[in-house]
Design a protein around this ligand. Structure first.
Ligand SMILES: Cc1cc2nc3c(=O)[nH]c(=O)nc-3n(C[C@H](O)[C@H](O)[C@H](O)COP(=O)(O)O)c2cc1C
Length: 176
């Protein structure tokens, strides 16, 4: 698939086969694409935490669901999650984090892996439990890291219909 086709055909996936993991080499390629996203003044304030450990993945899912007051799995049974956090001292960090997340999802699609951005990482990592996890992972837990989002990754169950893009809004003005 060429790059342009990848950008137009990536879709968010909301049903995963929990028993079909994404292999390590593929996850490394996905996260590498995130690391190469542009950032304001090239400061690279984005941190990636690649979670495949089932217990940690389930813990993040529970924390995320609790923020919504839900008990359903907001990760749709996806077996892998890349948490994207940024150093909030950097003025462009929010934008840098969002761009990195976009790179993760597009790279995943190029490699045949389904993905979706799952929100509420800011609240998740601003909590005592979130800070405890940051500390366990060797990251600063002093409030200097802000959660941007999660990129969930995996494969759709066999036979699942491919998600379609909504019709595009016009939202383009040409000033020739
Ligand atoms: C900032 C942001 C937050 C999102 N949060 C969620 C989320 O929490 N749960 C979810 O299922 N999808 C989430 N999405 C996915 C969007 O719903 C999805 O991108 C949108 O419906 C368009 O579909 P597409 O990605 O297939 O083009 C999020 C996307 C973005 C950009």
């Amino acid at each position: 698939m060429d790059t342009y086709e990848t950008l137009l055909t990536r879709r968010s996936c909301r049903a995963y086969d929990p028993d079909r993991p994404v292999d390590r080499e593929t996850l490394e390629k996905v996260v590498e694409a995130g690391r190469f996203a542009p950032s304001g003044m090239g400061r690279q304030p984005v941190h990636f935490v690649v979670v495949t450990d089932r217990a940690t993945r389930d813990r993040l899912s529970r924390m995320n669901a609790a923020i919504m007051g839900s008990s359903a799995d907001p990760f749709y049974e996806a077996p892998a999650v890349i948490v994207v956090l940024v150093d909030n001292q950097v003025p462009t960090s929010q934008d840098d984090g969002a761009l990195a997340l976009g790179n993760l999802m597009n790279a995943a699609h190029a490699l045949g892996v389904e993905s979706c951005w799952i929100h509420r990482a800011e609240e998740e990592f601003d909590s005592a439990e979130g800070r405890e996890l940051l500390s366990q992972w060797g990251l600063p837990a002093d409030g200097s890291l802000r959660g941007i989002g999660h990129c969930i990754l995996g494969y759709a169950p066999a036979g699942a219909p491919a998600p379609l893009a909504k019709p595009r809004k016009e939202n383009v003005i040409w000033v020739d």
